[in-house]
Write a protein that binds this ligand. Structure first.
Ligand code: GLN
Length: 472
């Protein structure tokens, strides 16, 4: 069976007599044959069994839900009851959650079949998926290059046609940057739009679950399914969820698209710039007005982000102590020794680096100099976005200054790695939604244009994304 690239196509196959079992088997076969390393865990038996159950229900006329019988993939930091959830870390190598994340539950309630857990940077810390403890993750366009990260496996699973859609998480760009590097659509919703219940926390004030798709229409469909308040997450918003699918075709006529100079300056690769400018020109041709805007505090975003994210991470990851969950160094003789050996041997280098820096910036004597200051910068960034949105409806920026780099590059230079996040992190600091849509490749490598909107205006992003996609 040939695999569908989109949800829309998958639904057509199923409505024309195709079975979910065939679809899921084809998807699993492709995943198993793939050498790109998109998955940490595949649940072949479980997925096929569920597919057969859904096929039987379908035959009885009991099919319900827009994703009925369709295979999907979810990032390995989303809890799945009975299915291993590792966060790409050896410390959670055998962790089987007792419950399912709300987002995953919503997909399953709509009839989706989770075929497995996608590979990622350990605890979502990274920009390449290169710190995944269970194997290398490769870019489908050029396997010698990184897919981006941290949600690299989810991007690869969609880009290589294993599943039509997948879920990821985005704390500082982890959905948008791999979407750009792999040439797929990626959406990071507004903070609070989607429940984080069951997402293993990295930096709780920045983390947001979002999605990958091969079309903007699929992104809208999936967003509608996963959005909305959840009693299990008190940071999830009660703001009503509009019908994103219904407004998708409204176009960009009359919309003002802001171009923040700070994102388009120094450091942006010339080829990437040309491709992105061509994308913006298409939006203009479709009826949008282009307006210059300013976001001067952008230059402080990386410093503020890495202080806040590491501070929160040091606190969140303190729960992995060798006592709870799984993963324990067995040679220790005292409790203290056990904590320290477990955390030294089972966390990777990048995770340990961040826990140490995070603990440092929160410690007495340094708190004001680092953490409190970073919070003030965060507030400035938030306000500047608000001021920009008084002059325009949405913003268009690069997603990353370059295309995907070679595997191994930047791995021994953490600072260079952090700097590559320059275009995505301010959006998380301000809690805003960001959508990435592919534009023309540069030397064969994918590039995505990032559209940023005011809080809860995913509808505007998706409309503009659709217009860009339709412009070809
Ligand atoms: N690259 C960023 C970091 O390492 C973002 C990661 C993410 O969004 N999870 O923190």
């Amino acid at each position: 069976m040939s695999l569908p690239n989109t949800l829309v196509e998958a639904r057509r196959i199923l409505s024309e007599g195709g079975t979910s079992e065939d679809l899921v088997r084809a998807s699993l076969d492709r995943a198993q044959a793939s050498t790109l390393g998109a998955f940490n865990t595949l649940d072949r038996e479980g997925a096929l069994e569920r597919a057969r159950t859904l096929d039987l229900a379908q035959a009885r006329g009991e099919a319900k839900g827009p994703l009925w019988g369709i295979p999907v993939a979810v990032k390995d930091n989303l809890c799945t009851k009975g299915m291993r959830t590792t966060c790409g870390s050896r410390i959670l190598q055998d962790f089987i959650p007792p419950y399912t994340a709300t987002v995953v539950q919503r997909l399953e309630d709509a009839g989706a079949i989770v075929i497995g857990k996608t590979s990622q940077d350990e605890f979502a810390m990274g920009s390449t998926s290169g710190t995944n403890a269970f194997g290398v993750v490769r870019n489908p366009v050029d396997p010698e290059r990184v897919p981006g990260g941290s949600s690299g496996g989810s991007a690869v699973a969609v880009a290589s046609g294993i599943v039509p859609v997948s879920l990821g998480s985005d704390t500082g760009g982890s959905i948008r940057q791999p979407a750009s590097f792999c040439g797929v659509v990626g959406l990071k919703p507004t903070y609070g739009r989607v429940s984080r219940y069951g997402l293993v926390a990295y930096a709780s004030s920045l983390d947001q679950i979002g999605l990958f798709a091969n079309s903007v229409e699929d992104a809208a469909l999936l967003l509608d399914l996963i959005s909305g308040h959840d009693v299990h997450d008190n940071t999830s918003a009660t703001t009503p969820v509009p019908d994103h699918l219904a407004s998708l075709g409204e176009g960009v006529q009359g919309l003002r698209i802001g171009i923040p100079a700070e994102y388009w300056g120094e450091g942006l690769d010339a080829g990437v710039r040309a491709s992105l400018e061509e994308g913006v020109a298409k939006l203009r041709a479709a009826g949008a007005t282009i307006v210059p805007v300013q976001l001067p505090s952008t230059r402080h975003a990386i410093s503020a982000y890495y202080v806040i994210a590491m501070a929160e991470a040091s606190s969140n990851l303190s729960r992995f102590d060798g006592v709870r969950y799984t993963g324990r160094d067995k040679d220790a003789r005292t409790l203290l020794d056990m904590y320290s050996r477990t955390r030294t041997s089972l966390f990777g280098e990048e995770v340990r680096r961040r826990i140490l820096i995070g603990t440092f910036v929160l410690s007495a004597g340094y708190y004001d100099a680092y953490y409190a200051k970073a919070q003030r910068v965060r507030e400035l960034i938030r306000r500047e976005f608000q001021e920009a949105f008084a002059q325009c409806d949405l913003l268009a920026t690069p997603t990353a200054p370059t295309t995907a780099w070679k595997i191994g590059e930047k791995m021994d230079d953490p600072l260079a790695m952090y700097l590559s996040d320059i275009d995505t992190i301010a959006v998380n600091l301000a809690g805003l939604p960001g959508l990435v849509v592919p534009v023309a490749p540069v030397e064969g490598l994918p590039v995505g244009l990032q559209l940023i909107g005011p809080a809860f205006r995913e509808d505007l992003l998706l409309r503009a994304g659709k217009a860009l996609e339709s412009a070809g």
